[in-house]
Design a protein around this ligand. Sequence first.
Ligand code: G6P
Length: 369
Amino acid sequence: QSAEKGGFEHFMIKEIHEQPKAIKDTMTSRIMADCDEIKLDDIKLTSEQLKNIDRIYIVACGTAYHAGMVGKYVIEKLAKIPVEVDIASEFRYRDPIINEKTLMIVVSQSGETADTLAALKQAKSKGARVIAVTNVVGSSVAREADDVLYTWAGPEIAVASTKAYVTQLIAMYIIALYLARLNGNISVEEYRQIRDEMLTLPEKSQEVLDQKEELQKFAASNYMHKDIYYIGRGLDFAVALEGSLKLKEISYIHSDAYAAGELKHGSIALIEKGVPVIALASQSELYDKMVSNIKEIVSRGAKVIGFAFEGNSEIEKTVNQAVYIPKTLDILAPVLLVIPLQLLAYYTAVEKGCDVDKPRNLAKSVTVE
Ligand code: G6P
């Protein structure tokens, strides 16, 4: 098996390193430098059909659900269509409003998750149009959906999802841009700006990987903690949830993610001297607010590792350690920001001697309800 791991100790770390390529492959032939339109042969939705759509549901489980949260932000921002994002096992049992004006996007790495598949079938039976975002060609969700957008992450072996998640993010941007161009909500100039930035993500994600030693050090000095919290606002909150999930899945450390503005309504009570908090501060409109949220927890003793774009170094005055990611557009930040969090979870689990690729009680694909 060590040959399959390409010289890496675990599949998870191998797959983390495959992300620049996975991002590139998922964009290839869809987003092209010299082309002013997204090319999506896999989605047949016409602008006439789109006009009829008044609501989008993004439905998924686990990590794919976190990608869906990012999808909601970007689709609403760019295409200006209301989006609800839901956990498949909740969606199914809450009598959601579904009709021919509904577009459902299901996100599933395996394409076989029972709850996601059941939600898809429910939506279809009520007349919704369904787009599947999946990593497995010919999987059940791919077969059942009207349109399929494949993520080209390649096979993902480690139970904790990494490269599939970043390609799901890319798929969310692709869909958002596609819908926004189709309904005329973004101009060619706006499209070009996002396109050009997206095309730099493979290279920038590689730069993030090159900083792994910093995260390794943080893991080495924090793996023995009982609780580690993640905070962020806006898109950073969605990434915080994913970072926290990665950590608990593979290191078994109790962890939670909070929308930083919500801390004062309850969870700040958990902050005591020495508790590690991962604070994400990539979103420029929320940066100052985030810095003041960090100050509130630092003054209560939290040990904070802060993440921001290169150049936003004021954060250093407040946090114990700062980690920088290459500058990109705020909406694209999740792609770069999640990588150090995956590394942090990975190194923490390794320090603890956990079975990284096959964490206890978890399965790669859950095909029972
Ligand atoms: C399982 C896996 C998770 C995954 C979730 C959804 O719980 O352990 O890593 O996010 O299923 O899987 P899917 O294949 O539908 O994306």
